[in-house]
Every structure is written in C-alpha cells, then in structure tokens.
Write a protein that binds this ligand. Structure first.
Ligand code: AHG
Ligand code: MN
Ligand code: MN
Length: 287
C-alpha cells in the first residue's frame, strides 16, 4: 500500500481551500443535532460531506467516521487498513463571528471506537489569517502553509516551547469543580489567558507559545464537552508528539479507550510541567 497517511493528509490539504471558501455560504444553523447532541451548522454537514468524498476512496482507508455522523462508514477492506476520524469543522460556532476554526484528523490503525494508543497519525487544518496544516506522525510534528490551490509548503518542525505562556479552559467558571478552579487560580498568576472557542486555534497557541488548553469535566457534565475520538485523542497525539503532555485528569489521553464512538472526555493538553501540576491538583482525580 502506498503511504496511506500521506494520501490522507494530501487529500485534507487539497480540500482545505474548498472548505474555507465554502464557509461564507454555509453559516446557517440547521434544525438537526449531531450524535453528540450539538446543534449543527450547514457548514458542519457540508464540510463533512466534502471531506468524506475526498478520503473515502483512498486505498488503505477502511473506515470513515466523523463527529457529524452517527455511525462509522466502512469504505474499504484493505489488510492493515486505517480508520479516519474527523471533526470536519472544529469551532463551527466561530464561523458566525468570523473567528478561527478548523478541521481535526485522527488516523487509527484499528476499527472505531479505538484507543488513543492506536493512533498512527493526527493533524489539523487551521483556518486563520492564513490556512495552515499541522501533521504529527513518526514521532515528529510538522507545520505546512496551505495555498489557495491546496499546495503545501513545509514550514518545519513544531516543538512545544519549554516555558509556558498561555492558558485557556472551556466551560463556565461556576460550573468548574472546586479543585479545578483553584488550580486555574494558580495558573492565571503566571500565564496569559488565550481562549477563543475553537479547540484547534487554542491548541495551536499552546504549540507556538507553550502553556495549556483544556475543557474540564464540569459539575453539570462530568465528562466535559470534547469528543474523545474526534477531538481529544488526536490533539493529545499532536501535543505529546511535539514534546508536551496530555491528561483526562487521571491519565494520558492516549491511554483512553473510548467504548462509544461519540463519548466525551475531560481534556487537557500542554507543557508537561503544567499538566503534571494539574494532575497533582486533582488528588482524587475527579475534575
Ligand atoms: P465543534 O465546533 O466541533 O463542536 O467544537 C467546538 C468545541 C471546541 O472547538 C471548543 O474548544 C469548544 O467547543 C468550545 O466550547 P464552549 O463554546 O463551551 O467554550
Ligand atoms: Mn470540535
Ligand atoms: Mn465540529
């Protein structure tokens, strides 16, 4: 089999300009909800259909799943084939406010739902002032500029800075468990708040400046908001490959083994010292 991972990310980069160009015409909210119970935007479904079309026929891709589809779609039967799990449009609520959003990609070497340990590659496209793609594979993270034709320019390796600078945590403060809130009160003494409502934009700030991003388990929703298969595990793979750490409050997110395709998990990624301090601050590991 040709390099399937290359073929997947070539297809994602090739589609990225079309996803970006289509956002203005797909800002409306649909009446439907996705399997996670989130209200869907036209852009969510449209991006999902486009990315499915671009990846489902890649030799070596056996399964396609996304945040916007209830079930996994079998698209191949190659020996040793991979599963592609997408958040087609991450931060879609940012489209209306013209703030950054993106696409999250996880490539697993077994059928879904699959554990973080079965990721063989992960990446994201960030629709910001420029369109960039970050890809983690073979123990390396690299960033690419994506042109309007989908051509990529390698911008070099991505490594988390040793010193943390920024932090950003989702959820409403009154809904944070007390142990987590007191941890954040310590963090905010040293770091600058950067939270923009799109996980991949906030995580990219952590990759560039060092620090921590997370969406904790809440009093009202102990598993938090982010989907393990499509958001938390791929982002953890990227940040850990870049030299950082991840946690669900008890363990590396790469040790998480979802049993349901759309299950959520408390999610923290960032500079290893900060993640270690977070884990220590949640002694009974409830967050
Ligand atoms: P999506 O648009 O794919 O549903 O993802 C949105 C997620 C994530 O991108 C972001 O970190 C988080 O939702 C923001 O949640 P709040 O609006 O509750 O802050
Ligand atoms: Mn998302
Ligand atoms: Mn999404």
């Amino acid at each position: 089999m040709a390099d399937v991972i290359d073929a997947v990310f070539d297809a994602i980069a090739d589609a990225a300009p079309e996803v970006r160009a289509g956002l203005p015409d797909h800002r409306a909210t649909r009446d439907d909800q996705n399997a996670s119970g989130d209200t869907q935007l036209e852009a969510d479904v449209w991006a999902d259909d486009l990315l499915f079309d671009r990846t489902e026929s890649i030799e070596g891709v056996n399964w396609y799943a996304s945040e916007e589809r209830d079930a996994v779609v079998t698209v191949g039967d190659a020996e040793g084939g991979y599963a592609v799990a997408l958040d087609p449009l991450d931060g879609s609520s940012n489209v209306k406010s013209n703030n950054p959003c993106g696409t999250v990609v996880g490539v697993y070497d077994q059928p879904l739902p699959a554990p973080g340990s079965s990721l063989v590659a992960a990446g994201f496209v960030l629709y910001g002032p420029t369109t960039t793609m970050v890809v983690a594979r073979d123990d390396t993270v690299r960033e690419y500029l994506v042109s309007e034709t989908g051509a990529t320019t390698d911008l070099g390796p991505v490594e988390l800075p040793a010193d943390p600078t920024v932090y950003g945590f989702g959820g409403r403060v009154p809904d944070w468990p007390p142990a987590f809130e007191s941890f954040v009160r310590d963090v905010e003494d040293d770091l600058k708040l950067r939270y923009g409502g799109a996980m991949i934009a906030d995580v990219n700030q952590v990759l560039v400046y060092g620090g921590v991003f997370g969406y904790p388990g809440l009093e009202s929703a102990p598993d938090g908001k982010l989907r393990a298969q499509f958001e938390a595990l791929p982002i953890a793979y990227i940040v850990e490959t870049a030299g950082g750490a991840s946690s669900d409050g008890t363990q590396s997110l790469l040790d998480v083994a979802p049993t349901r395709l759309h299950e959520r998990t408390p999610t923290f990624v960032g500079t290893d010292d900060v993640i270690a301090a977070l884990d220590a601050a949640l002694p009974d590991h409830t967050n």
